[in-house]
Design a protein around this ligand. Sequence first.
Ligand code: GLT
Ligand code: MN
Ligand code: MN
Length: 387
Amino acid sequence: MDYAPRPQDKFTFGLWTVGNVGRDPFGEPVRKPKTPVELVHLLAECGAWGVNFHDNDLVPIDATSAERTQIVRDFKNALSTTGLVVPMATTNLFTDPAFRDGAFTSNDAAVRAYAVQKTMRAIDLGVECGAEVYVFWGGREGTESDATKNPAESIKRFREAINFLASYSKSQGYKLRFALEPKPNEPRGDIFLATVGHALAFITTLDDPDMVGVNPEVAHETMAGLNFLHGVAQAWEMNKLFHIDLNDQVIGRYDQDFRFGSSNIKGAFHLVKFLEDVGYNGSKHFDAHAFRTDNDEGVKAFAKGCMRTYLILKEKAARWNADKNIQALVQQVNSIAPGLPAWQGGFSPDKAKLLSNHSFDRAAIGSKGQPYEQLDQLTMEVIMGVR
Ligand code: GLT
Ligand code: MN
Ligand code: MN
């Protein structure tokens, strides 16, 4: 197998990922900036299917309307030359000093209004380029000190903005779905809607909850010390997995945005296996960047590596599913004991009576072990390539 990416894999990268110039809090850029057109060609050369962007990755914040027209025309030409698509777009509500204290949750009403206006324009731009999913990453929506903002009021402000923008999108006739991207911290000390769980709960309070889902990112849940797959699975089960940001991260470190699968290979394996098993059909967006040590060739190696690792893990997942010993164990651990009272499939007084009168052999239940060591070792052997 050559592990070559195909369009049906729906692999995407943001302009900001392969366009990352290697700036960090302690060091200046190490790579030359590339134009959006150059980045589209770079991604096509690497075999990606799509490209995502923030409004200002494509059109500089201070561009004139004539400049905007020219930039969008050039970008669309590059898309049609290469066949790349734009499945997702988002707004930069974090770089400009205007957003130093957040956007939708800023204490300053002028900032909140400006953030909504900027997002309306960015939605128009995204849709113009073909986007069907619109991401909201609240990078600056947070605090360093809880003396500064009322967190409950902040959630109300967040809700008001999302509700307004959802209605705006529909009033324009767009078919966009919104995806909230949680993160616990960085660049703020603490960010609101910190995890997938926070976002899922918030969505239920919106005017149109069906229109809004989540965009979980491996690194973000990992920074919070959480099991990424569990958050993804819960979102999937609620029909809320609208998009996904794949990368890697070591718990307890700075925001690393490493190449997919480069740190926690076991976690990446289970994630890929889950997405493939359930038939997730959205974009697989690699929201990461090359090491700062690398030049342009390293950027390509990074992009190709993300996709290749995904496809290798997809093959390993198929191998796991086809492995007779593994499947025998899976069947064994999910076995059903005969003679249980039928209580499932909804409550009824009869079922309650039956269950209430049943006598369980608690000691026998408690003495039963599970062959999870074997199952985990066999899984590791699949991952390590000896099965
Ligand atoms: C930023 C952040 C990402 C978000 C992007 C969307 S921008 O790079 O680190 O996780 O997905 O705004
Ligand atoms: Mn990130
Ligand atoms: Mn992301």
